[in-house]
Design a protein around this ligand. Structure first.
Ligand SMILES: Nc1ncnc2c1ncn2[C@@H]1O[C@H](COP(=O)(O)OP(=O)(O)O)[C@@H](O)[C@H]1O
Ligand SMILES: [Mg+2]
Length: 254
């Protein structure tokens, strides 16, 4: 293990990078470490067993991907062998956040063409942190994530990792997170303060319950800056979300 030094400037091309892994402020890092500790208590797992954990939320833009990246980072930091998988096969963001290629990823493993040479997904930050991007986007994400193939891929991967963190799409919009939930040990639900509406949250938990999802806990994600323009930002995000998904217009849209 050990962190390769990488100049800060590599991340300076985007504001987003400030909320990610090694660029986090001390207090945020402490919160993710607390989440890591809580997880180890909540998960009913033997030490040598792999835990597969999904990260989802009600809507888009609440910080699922940010949470998934940072949680996998602090787990890797503690010496665990961790795989982060971008399971948002509609609007993937892990490759962009991690500034890695998205040429090959999960969908290639699901197609069966790719062999499991995980070496190429090893992150440059920690040698025990692996990041599997979405790969090329499929026409049927919900079906794929709920498929036997997905179960198989996760089974094979779990033989090689202590933790697998799945970055999932939002529950209230598409069924993807729910269809894959039968293959995971538990779900973390991200709630963005002053952003997630109460009725959306209620709907989210209703859907999770209907699918018998084991909710491990919630992460309250809060943005400290930009409060002044928050409502505008919120509205725009929701709007953009529906618009983007409307384009796919597939039958699993909720
Ligand atoms: N705690 C936070 N403080 C500031 N910005 C944040 C925070 N959490 C997320 N963001 C930003 O909000 C946007 C949406 O976050 P993301 O994790 O991609 O959400 P999701 O995966 O739920 O759609 C990103 O631009 C991200 O950088
Ligand atoms: Mg996301």
């Amino acid at each position: 293990m050990g962190m390769k030094s990488k100049s800060r400037s590599a991340f300076s091309n985007s504001d987003n990078q400030k909320t990610l892994h090694k660029n986090l402020e001390f207090t945020a890092t402490e919160q993710y470490k607390l989440l890591r500790t809580n997880l180890s208590f909540t998960l009913q797992k033997d030490n040598d067993e792999c835990a597969i954990i999904g990260v989802t939320s009600a809507m888009r833009g609440e910080g699922k991907s940010t949470t998934a990246v940072n949680l996998s980072y602090v787990l890797a930091e503690s010496g665990k062998k961790v795989l982060l998988v971008d399971c948002d096969l509609r609007i993937p963001s892990v490759a962009k956040k991690m500034q890695i290629e998205n040429e090959v990823g999960l969908t290639d493993l699901l197609k069966g063409g790719e062999s499991f040479h995980m070496k190429k997904f090893q992150s440059e930050h920690y040698s025990n942190w692996y990041i599997l991007p979405s790969g090329p986007l499929p026409p049927n994400p919900s079906e794929l994530l709920g498929s036997k193939k997905m179960e198989n891929v996760l089974k094979i991967l779990s033989e090689n990792f202590d933790y697998i963190i799945l970055d999932l799409p939002p529950v209230n919009i598409v069924s993807d997170a729910l269809t894959v939930s039968k293959y995971i040990d538990g779900m973390i639900v991200v709630i963005r303060e002053d952003y997630t509406e109460k009725k959306e949250l209620e709907n989210c938990f209703r859907l999770l319950k209907l699918s018998d999802v084991n909710v491990l806990g919630c992460v309250i994600n809060e943005s400290k800056n930009g409060k002044g323009t928050y409502s505008k930002y919120k509205y725009r995000r929701y709007y953009k979300y529906y618009k983007t998904y409307g384009k796919y217009g597939d039958k699993d849209s909720k």
